[in-house]
Ligand binder design. Sequence first.
Ligand code: MG
Length: 400
Amino acid sequence: MSQKQSHGIVIVAAGRGERAGASVEGPKQYRTIGGRAVIAHTLETFLNWPGSGPIVAVIHPDDEALFALATAGLAGRERLLVVHGGVTRQESVLNGLKALAPLGASHAWIQDAVRPFVDEALLERISDALEAGAEGVLPVMAVTDTLKRGSGDGLVLETVPRAGLYSAQTPQAFSFAAIFEAHRQAAESGRSDFTDDASIAEWAGIPVRLVEGTPDNVKLTVKRDIAMADEKLSPVLPDVRTGNGYDVHQLEAGDGVTLCGIFIPHDQKLKGHSDADVALHALTDALLATCGAGDIGDHFPPSDMQWKGAPSRIFLEHAARIVRDHGGTIMNADISLIAEAPKIGPHRQAMREKLAEILDISLDRCSVKATTNEKIGFVGRREGIAAIATASVVYGRKQP
Ligand code: MG
């Protein structure tokens, strides 16, 4: 076809949406998904598509205010022609076609307002089919579920072969004159039970070409569909949290210190109720901090005799369990030790491996660093060892 085509668009938005609980929250085409009304998403795609000619929105007479509100911020809104729908979808489409009639469109496209995920690629496929001479074009998806016919009493009667079966989407596009005539004839002959326009075309003998639809181009029908569409369009912020911890233990004469779960022979030992592993204590606090679970003293009171001499990995394992119970995934753990002696460097790798083992995360997520305190302060005088820890945790599940 060499003649320039003009695509008149009818957006059908007059439904009451009973199945989505309209009585409480209003018709579903005006529900908000991703911060805007469903119909605004649908209209925007057509307003932005260079192929669109005149666009008619067919709305319910009661929805004037809702429509005005829904389209208030829409670029190109002034291009929209608004007409009232009828009692049935079929009647509403006919009203839309009547509004298009004087505007000289070569083709009529009919689109459900409640298919907000229609995209330009689909519009182009349909347009190409019209360009190639099709009188009617229907976007479809091949049925992939196994189909069953059921009996009235809830039993399977038979399996229906699904080869050659498709589910119909919109927009459906037709030669304007042909579909307008088919609609008028259907109305005249008292037929009002057609659920889409391809059915009317079929009834009227208009050949309808199938083109591939888009999996995302779903019709929002029930309440759950609206919630899922909203989720899909709403940006999800990753729930990344960071906690820090600090601990100090005093040094006294002894035979060695335990740091990051590794015993290092030394002429001093750390004083404390448990094995006094400052590094693991600081990291325990850091992990607990990521889910507001208090600190190590809340979970393991120093007054409780059962923790006397206990290996501090118990505390860290406990904190990691709390984090995971809250839906957290530990991303990394970083410990800085501040000590004049013993030398930490030779033990760093063993310490990191110990952290990886206790936390059950990979080695590259575990870091141990050490510094002296330049011989100043209590650390510099070898009166104690300090540790600072940072942990990052990503929380996946919603908190109760
Ligand atoms: Mg401590």
